[in-house]
Design a protein around this ligand. Structure first.
Ligand SMILES: Cc1ncc(COP(=O)(O)O)c(C=O)c1O
Ligand SMILES: N[C@@H](Cc1ccc(O)cc1)C(=O)O
Length: 462
């Protein structure tokens, strides 16, 4: 893909550094026990290379930091809000923008506006917070992603695609009038950072039009999706990321955004749409949950940084280096024989924990155990994305047992170097060699909502 015969380098240079703390293996062993084998509960000071998430932990540019000084912290009508709103319209096509403190704030408001009790919301695989807000608003989430997305070994280039036959079957079963909207994520997080193709999104759009159903876009990683379209889809090779991002957004009616990812800021999000009646309802609700409709929980300076981040996020050089670094790590792991989700994703490399730890049954959470072992080996923090994340069925209370039992090595944007990636890959290789010594885990504490964030575990003995 981007890695041709010549070497490439990041399109920036480093002008400020944050020292990292090294710890001993004994210290890390004590820290993971204290954290209940949950990497979310580790103090970040005890982490050497932090690949927990790509959310809010990217490096802002000097332009963005300069913009922070131009923060207009007026309670109402901040100049930075108008700049952010204009950037959303110019780059993402949506006419109306409602700021929120982060993505899930937007999900909450949108779900409350569009969902009625007993509705169904189809989507290209679930995301934890998105599904929870849909459920809290009274809907049942239905996965309509293509089957290939559930197979880590499949090389299918657009694993984020919707299987239109699944959408059609749902509408036949429950009635299209019970479907308020189809929820499409670009570069599907839980599928391994896998893109939806433009052609498929157009088909979804046509289906929505034919059935009088809205199309909502979780645009958290839209620029990464655009990069894969540019690389893989006929007719897009000569188009810029900026053009492709705009075209993707323009196919949809409304969007929720966690701007802590692709839009290169440390905090913030928004809800955006073209329909003025939805906008009016969103303005009514945002004042209840987030703040006035011109700040929605964001400081003026953060809205300024976001407006600038949007422009940087769609630059071709930026995005090819960003996805290129993920590819570099993924290819290195592949060469070492580590089983990972194929194709390599946009924001992360996903390890196939089932294949690495075949001796641990899924109800003993192999991905959680692997994430903990990786931390102990070299201080690299990663995240479980399997049965713990999937939670329990709201109907039966049973644990979901997803086909994908993964560990996610997530790359913050513009933060680490290739040397960090080498250290990470070597650690994964070392842990894999000792895989048979890793034990399964059981819950000692299970929170009611989004249990993966704060749950605690201990090893299953025997
Ligand atoms: C695909 C996707 N949607 C929504 C969210 C929610 O965003 P936030 O963490 O900003 O609330 C996230 C990350 O959490 C995400 O990765
Ligand atoms: N969206 C962020 C933070 C997050 C992590 C896990 C979640 O299930 C929810 C939110 C991420 O994907 O990394």
């Amino acid at each position: 893909m981007t890695l041709q015969n010549r070497s490439w380098a990041e399109p920036y240079k480093i002008k400020m550094v944050e020292p990292l703390k090294m710890t001993t293996e004994a210290e890390r062993q004590a820290a993971i026990v204290e954290a209940g084998y949950n990497t979310f509960l580790l103090p970040s000071e005890d982490v050497y290379i932090d690949l927990l998430t790509d959310s809010g932990c990217g490096a802002m540019s000097d332009r963005q930091w300069a913009g922070m000084m131009a923060g207009d912290e007026a309670y109402a009508g901040s100049a930075n809000f108008y700049k952010m709103r204009d950037a959303v319209e110019e780059y993402y096509s949506y006419k109306y923008t409602v700021p929120t403190h982060q993505g899930r704030g937007a999900e909450n408001i949108l779900s409350q506006i569009l969902i009625a009790d007993g509705n169904y919301v189809p989507g290209n695989m679930y995301f934890t917070t998105t599904r929870l807000h849909q459920e809290l608003a009274g809907a049942t989430f239905v996965d309509v992603i293509v089957d290939e997305a559930h197979d880590p070994a499949s090389d299918y280039p657009f694993k984020g695609n919707v299987d239109i036959a699944k959408l059609e079957a749902l509408a036949k079963e429950v009635g299209a009038d019970k479907i308020p909207y189809v929820c499409i994520a670009t570069c599907v997080n839980m599928a391994g950072g896998q893109p939806i193709s433009m052609a498929n999104l157009k088909e979804v759009r046509a289906w929505c039009d034919a059935n009088n159903v809205l199309l909502v876009h979780d645009m958290t990683r839209v620029a990464e999706n655009a990069f894969f379209i540019q690389q893989r889809e006929d007719g897009y090779r000569e188009k810029s990321i900026r053009e492709i991002v705009y075209e993707l957004c323009d196919l949809t009616d409304a969007a929720t955004m966690s701007s802590k990812k692709d839009a290169l800021v440390n905090i913030g999000g928004f809800l955006a749409m073209n329909d003025d009646s939805i906008y009016e309802k969103a303005c009514n609700l945002v004042v209840v949950y987030e703040g006035l409709h011109t700040y929605g929980g964001m400081a003026g300076r953060d809205m300024e940084a976001l407006a600038i981040g949007i422009t940087e996020s769609v630059q071709d050089d930026h995005i090819s280096a960003r996805v290129g670094q993920v590819e570099y790590l993924g290819n290195k792991l592949k060469m070492m024989g580590v089983p990972i989700v194929n194709p390599i994703g946009g924001h992360a490399v996903f390890l196939d924990a089932r294949a690495i730890l075949p001796h641990i049954p899924q109800d003993q959470f192999p991905a959680q155990a692997l994430a903990a072992a990786l931390y102990v080996d070299a201080g690299v923090r990663v995240m479980e994305r399997g049965a713990v994340s999937a939670g329990r069925s709201k109907e039966t209370g049973e644990n979901f047992m997803p086909k994908l039992e993964l560990v996610r090595l997530t790359l913050p944007r513009r933060v680490y170097t290739q040397a960090h990636m080498d250290v990470v890959a070597e650690s994964v290789e070392r842990v894999m060699k000792q895989a048979s010594e890793i034990k399964g885990l059981k819950f000692t504490y299970e929170p009611e909502y989004l249990r993966f964030f704060r749950g605690k575990f201990e090893p299953v003995e025997g």
